[in-house]
Write a protein that binds this ligand. Structure first.
Ligand code: DAT
Ligand code: MG
Length: 149
């Protein structure tokens, strides 16, 4: 079963959208296998966004991510990497479709509420970056046969 790394950013936490965002993943049928609230060390934020190091917005992005706590999570489900990006919506909340998290609750690129891994390999890298293997829970959800045939 596929896993992905999801993070509710400091704006999502401060705006009280933690429950709402988790609800959307739960109600879809995805399974939570790891979660922690944390202040993000600068070094971790920089590693996480390493691919964007040369972009002009990088310093502001790191400031933002380290400015207040985040909720780091690992979710599991069939095709979750691709599907969670659909739940989240495109990067700019100003153009994200209504019905997506960013489309429903966000206004601008620099305050887009949530991160989701963009590919299976990225998900593996990010899960290992943010979590120790022993902090991820292998558990059987009783709703499984009602979600998958
Ligand atoms: P996404 O979060 O949709 O995967 P990304 O990986 O391209 O988007 O960029 C990571 C974050 O960086 C994004 O969520 C918000 C910020 N960002 C991206 N492009 C930006 C831009 N042109 N101006 C300001 N912030 C930007
Ligand atoms: Mg990305």
């Amino acid at each position: 079963m596929e896993r992905t790394f999801i993070m509710i950013k400091p704006d999502g936490v401060n705006r009280g959208l933690v429950g709402e965002i988790i609800r959307r993943f739960e109600h879809k049928g995805f399974k939570l296998v790891g979660m922690k609230m944390m202040s993000v060390p600068r070094e971790l934020a920089e590693k996480h966004y390493d691919a964007l190091r040369e972009r002009s917005f990088f310093p502001g992005l790191i400031e933002f991510i380290t400015s207040a706590p985040v909720i780091a999570m690992v979710w599991e489900g069939e095709n979750i990497v691709t599907f969670s990006r659909k739940l989240i919506g495109v990067t700019d909340p100003g153009t994200a479709d209504p019905g997506t998290i960013r489309g429903d609750y966000g206004m601008t690129m620099g305050r887009n509420l949530i991160h989701g891994s963009d590919a299976i390999e990225t998900a593996q890298r990010e899960i290992h970056l943010w979590f120790n293997e022993e902090d991820l829970v292998d558990w059987h959800a009783v709703n499984h046969p009602w979600l998958y045939e």
